[in-house]
Design a protein around this ligand. Structure first.
Ligand SMILES: Cc1ncc(COP(=O)(O)O)c(C=O)c1O
Length: 346
């Protein structure tokens, strides 16, 4: 059939996001790693103070105030920061910036299923590098990735929750000749992170999001931390006004309330431990998680049936078909009461 699409778009499947039931209520929604607690009350105040007349104006194209605020949080300069419409936008900008048509990105397998899709859109290929059987990073990752111009590693990894050893991450950054992008969407829930790598290596970029730890998936805000030269180049690729005015104001309010962030993260880490222990007692295999979710296999290793059974009970979790993942389900850390309802069913 005649098609208007580029060949690679015609051939690819597109990304499948987790289910977002539009009927609010009735579900215990533990499938897309949203935060179960509301955002900071400062966000509510910021929303109330927005003058609707200002909506006729374009937003600040480079988000000056946000850049400065984020730079101060990590001890970088505003020239080291660029904002995006969620970290998915940051990932898209990175692929468009660093990967030529016909080129390669490399990422661990299993990891975030958007990466191969972004490669496909670019007319590039994704080298899926298998993790070890315990989902740790293979020592020869950089060697296996050497054809690529961009490596993307989520840390903590999704869907497994594993935080790859810092020294292994350093070795990859040292050995690889292209850009190493560390996707830290879940880093606020982890014991450590790689933000300082930007000072140690000229080829490292870190992406972050307000979707998870700040409970702001709905406003779409992500950012990247990198060298001034890299930010300068990536700025050329982004859409002119990629972060809207409402998002900029809300994000500023949330970022200024670090006390609330810490409380929210502490609660999630506590329930994560509670769920981990409870699953282990029930003879589930549990991968130690540093994110706001747990990757776990039931004793009969049939992830798909458990996913379906939970869905019939109104409990949505995520199931990933495929050799490395089909024994497991991924459960987002909800409130203690949501997790108790899940455990009661189990
Ligand atoms: C590893 C990883 N990176 C990035 C994202 C995208 O986050 P955002 O909402 O900022 O686009 C997700 C979302 O689930 C994720 O799991």
């Amino acid at each position: 059939m005649n098609t208007f699409f580029r060949e690679n778009i015609e051939a690819m499947k597109g990304y499948t996001p987790g289910e977002q039931p539009q009927r609010i209520g009735g579900w215990i929604k533990l499938n897309t790693n949203e935060n179960p607690y509301p955002p900071s009350p400062a966000v509510c105040e910021a929303l109330q103070n927005i003058d609707f007349k200002q909506l006729r104006l374009y937003p600040d194209p480079v988000c000056c105030e946000l850049r400065k605020t984020i730079a101060d949080l990590y001890g970088y300069s505003d020239k080291n920061i660029m904002l995006g419409n969620g970290s998915d936008d940051i990932l898209t900008i990175a692929v468009r910036s660093f990967v030529p048509e016909g080129g390669y990105i490399a990422s661990p397998n299993p990891s975030y299923s958007l990466y191969p899709v972004l490669a496909g859109i670019q007319g590039a290929e994704c080298i899926n590098i298998p993790l070890e059987s315990d989902f740790s990073m293979p020592a020869n990752f950089a060697e296996l990735a050497k054809k690529a111009s961009l490596i993307i590693i989520p840390r903590p990894n999704a869907p497994t929750g594993t935080a790859f050893e810092l020294e292994k991450m350093r070795n990859i950054c040292r050995e690889f000749r292209g850009i190493v992008m560390i996707d830290e969407a879940y880093a606020d829930f982890a014991d450590d992170n790689c933000v300082k790598f930007v000072k140690e290596f000229s080829n490292v970029i870190i992406s972050r999001t307000l979707s998870k730890s700040y409970s702001l998936a709905g406003i779409r805000l992500g950012y990247v931390i990198a060298s001034e030269e890299i930010i300068y180049g990536m700025m050329k690729v982004k859409d002119s006004y990629n972060v809207n005015m409402l998002t900029q104001k809300i994000a500023l309010a949330a970022l200024h309330d670090q006390k609330y962030l810490k409380q929210s993260v502490a609660q999630i880490r506590e329930v994560r431990k509670y769920l981990t222990d409870a699953l282990k007692i029930r003879n589930f295999t549990v991968i130690d998680s540093q994110g706001n979710f747990i990757f776990t296999a039931p004793p009969d290793k049939d992830g798909e049936t458990l996913y379906q059974q939970l869905k019939e009970q109104g409990i949505l979790v995520r199931y990933f078909p495929g050799k490395a993942t089909s024994q497991y389900i991924r459960i987002t850390i909800g409130t203690k009461s949501e997790i108790d309802q899940l455990l009661e069913f189990l």
